[in-house]
Design a protein. Structure first.
Lengths: 82, 82
């Protein structure tokens, strides 16, 4: 059993969003992304064999893709199809 | 793409922890558990083909199993082996 304290483990970088791989197995991959104010990830696609679930823990932002925007705030869960 | 607002969707019950299946596919199943103060889930095992990841969003509690206890608070992530 693995236990993480995400707020304590959070790392930030002034250069770009800080991406960290916490767990990786054939069935489950867990990553964290930490953003300084104003940082963003460009619109991108995932090359995954399964759905990608994204959960906002702290802060506020915007999901964007094409013409649509969706608010991202604590407890927002986005599930992208495989 | 599916978008959930977990705090807004949270349901509670005075009878027992409120379990809700948000998403289910061959590769990903997402459930929420909402606890009223004092409610608990008994020690149990999972019959899953993959790891089970559990993330605390709000509130405080304790993970227990056997002789050990671990604090559960916002941002605590527990990953149980398959």
């Amino acid at each position: 059993m693995k236990l993480f304290n995400l707020p304590e483990a959070a790392k930030f970088s002034t250069d770009k969003p800080c991406r960290e791989l916490l767990f990786d197995s054939p069935n489950l991959r867990v990553l964290t992304f930490n953003f300084e104010p104003g940082q963003e990830l460009p619109v991108h696609s995932h090359n995954a064999d399964s759905e990608v679930a994204l959960l906002i823990l702290e802060g506020e932002g915007v999901f964007t893709g094409g013409a649509e925007e969706f608010p991202a705030k604590p407890g927002t869960l986005q599930i992208m199809p495989s």
